[in-house]
Structures are given as C-alpha cells and as structure tokens.
Design a protein around this ligand. Structure first.
Ligand code: SF4
Length: 269
C-alpha cells in the first residue's frame, strides 16, 4: 500500500522518537505537546537538538557519570496515548500536537500514521520541518497538517550548502508547492550572527516569501546556546562557541528588513 492512498502501512506504525515534551507554549498555538522524531538530513552547527540528528539511538553521557539513551522506538498508539493526556488543555487553549525533530519528514510513513491518528482523535496538528524531503513524501501529509512551521536558513545555495550540508533548492520548491496548494504556513528563520544575519540574506528571504503570497507570517528566532551542553554529552564538537546571542535591538533591525517586503514578521516563535 502506498503512503497517501488512505491506509497506513503497518511497517510505518512505529518509529524513532527522542523526546516528548508536554505543556509547550511555542511551536504552534495554545498549549501543545511536542513530539520529537529522530533523524535530520541537515547538519546545522547551531542546532539545539543535536541528539535528533542521527536516526539511531545515541548515548548521552552526563557530567555526573550517568548515561541516557536518546531515541526509542514507539508505536503510533503509544505516542497518541501520551499526547491525549492533555486534551483538556488543548481544548481550552486552542493547542494540540506538534511533530518536530530532527526533521519529522525523515520518517514520512511514521509521520503520516501519526498525523492520521491525530486527526482521527480530533487533535490540531503542526509539523516543524527543514523542508528537505521528496515532494512525494510531503504531499500525502498535507491534508493532515493544520500548520507548517517551515524553516528557511540561507537563500544563497552555496552558503546554504556550506552551513547545513545540503542544497536549498528542494526546500524552496516544497514551500512553493505547499503555499500554492493552500497549506497554512509560518516561515521560521533561526537568526545566527555571522551566518545568516546580513542584509543580503534577509532581503532575499523577504523577496522570496513575498513572492509566495500565502505565507501567514515569518518568525525570527534569535540564536541561543541552550543546546550547547548536549554536544559535550554526545561527544560532538560545538563550533559556534564564540557566537553571541543577538541583542533585542539587532533583532528589530533585522525584522525591519523583512518588513520592507511587506512580510508580517514576529520576533520569537
Ligand atoms: S534542520 Fe533543525 S534539526 Fe536539523 S540539524 Fe538543522 S537545526 Fe538541527
């Protein structure tokens, strides 16, 4: 059975999760549960969930000598059971479930099964993604996604490759197709000083988003170092150690560049 033809393949009813966080107030409207799927095709050095990049479980070694495995296989019904614990809060706040990562599109069959099950349980859904996936994997998901939180990092392809390891061509094409098909999308830009906070990149992003027409809003997410200690726990180098968090007035200045293109812009998620 092909994904998207109505039935969910049995093999896709379990997948790799590395975290489930309840009572989240970002990543979609209202009170939300965030489900983090493991695996991402990009390698952004500012990533604050580095334990989400590899597909397989990884051991995290803590300063006090304890260890924790990031990543476990869960079935769709197990995930839904966790998510449904907070239905009363979703109903009161207009919240729901957000599938994040890593990039959840790296497990398209599992994500489709999660989205279908969520819809069957009347849950509002959001998907947070880098957009780097085959359109054949994205398209079947769209009817079950209430809101796409769609990252744009760098408009210049060479710079995108340098900082993330992949081309942005597919990311842009998927975003164009989603907006054309009427999907509800918020574009998110993680603003990293010295990487993508220049006028040229922001103006190119503003021009591109304005050309899409249907994007509801752009969220500028200031760089932060919250995930830095995880790198040490995973035995990975953190290469942006000297990068400082951008001050509020700098974020305002960068937002103004996007607004020059008529793009509704908000600082924060
Ligand atoms: S796309 Fe997101 S999850 Fe993937 S490496 Fe970049 S920041 Fe991390």
């Amino acid at each position: 059975m092909q994904a998207g033809s109505g039935e969910v393949p049995m093999a896709a009813t379990a997948g790799m999760i590395f975290d489930i966080q309840r009572y989240a107030l970002h990543d979609g409207a209202g009170i939300r549960t965030l489900v983090f799927l493991k695996g991402c095709p990009l390698r952004c050095p500012w990533c604050h969930n580095p334990e989400g990049q590899e597909k397989q479980p990884q051991v995290m070694r803590y300063e006090n000598g304890t260890e924790k495995v990031a990543g476990r296989r869960m079935r769709v019904d197990e995930v839904l059971r966790e998510v449904e614990k907070d239905t009363v809060f979703y109903d009161e706040s207009g919240g729901g479930v957000t599938f994040s990562g890593g990039d959840p599109l790296l497990q398209p069959g599992f994500l489709l099964a999660l989205l279908k099950a969520s819809k069957a349980h009347d849950l509002r859904t959001a998907v947070e993604t880098s957009g780097y996936a085959r359109w054949e994997d994205v398209e079947p998901l769209a009817p079950f996604v209430g809101l796409w939180l769609y990252d744009l990092k760098l408009m210049d392809d060479a710079r995108h490759r340098k900082w993330t390891g992949v081309s942005n061509a597919r990311i842009h094409e998927n975003l164009r197709r989603l907006t054309t098909s009427g999907a509800r999308v918020i574009v998110r830009i993680p603003l990293v000083p010295g990487v993508n906070d220049d006028r040229e990149n922001l103006a190119a992003t503003g021009r591109f988003v304005a050309s899409l027409g249907a994007v509801g809003e752009v969220h500028l997410l200031p760089y932060h170092r919250a995930g830095m200690s995880k790198y040490e726990r995973l035995g990975m180098p953190y290469t942006l150690g000297d990068t400082l968090e951008p001050p509020a007035e700098e974020m305002q200045r960068l937002a103004a560049i996007l607004q020059e293109w008529g793009v509704r812009t908000k600082i924060g998620g």
